[in-house]
Design a binder for this molecule. Structure first.
Ligand SMILES: [Zn+2]
Length: 156
């Protein structure tokens, strides 16, 4: 049985790495979105509540039948929670000696109050899903946020 986890891994399909809001908005527009997400979460991590440096994380929903990915919102995340979300990148950084991978795993276990076994299973499942999704091309739906694009000078 799968436990409901507070902090989960969300890997973006490799075929979709360049489909993100940050890329299609001007720096000024992205800054507005980013700062609003920090205010929405009272300048704390939206998952673990840590304060300090925050990252604006895009929340995507994947329709595995139609291969449509939809942007459903933004959440302010601390560095550790953000590294868990993009754990593939964290792994690469850890291999280069830029971060301690064990501290990411420890954070996952603390926030979810779970064992290493739960992490290992979730990690494996996340990568299986990622491999499967990366075999497809995805149509991007920016949802309610589409109106932000092309406003105030976009990069495209
Ligand atoms: Zn956090």
């Amino acid at each position: 049985m799968v436990m409901a986890l507070k902090l989960t891994i969300e890997l973006v399909p490799s075929t979709s790495w360049y489909n993100n809001m940050r890329k299609v908005l001007s720096t000024q527009e992205w800054d507005k979105v980013r700062k609003k997400s920090y205010e929405d979460y009272n300048h704390k991590c939206g998952i673990c509540g840590a304060s300090g440096k925050l990252n604006c994380h895009e929340i995507w929903e994947y329709d595995d039948q139609k291969h449509i990915q939809k942007l459903t919102g933004f959440i302010a995340l601390c560095d550790l929670c953000h590294h868990v979300k993009h754990i593939g990148l964290a792994r690469i950084m850890a291999d280069k000696g830029q971060l301690d991978f064990e501290s990411i795993i420890k954070h996952f276990m603390t926030v979810n109050a779970c064992t290493r076994k739960v992490f290992d299973e979730h990690y494996k499942e996340a990568f299986e899903k990622w491999h499967d999704r990366s075999r497809h091309q995805w149509t991007v739906d920016f949802g309610d946020y589409a109106r932000l694009i092309n406003k105030g000078g976009s990069k495209i």
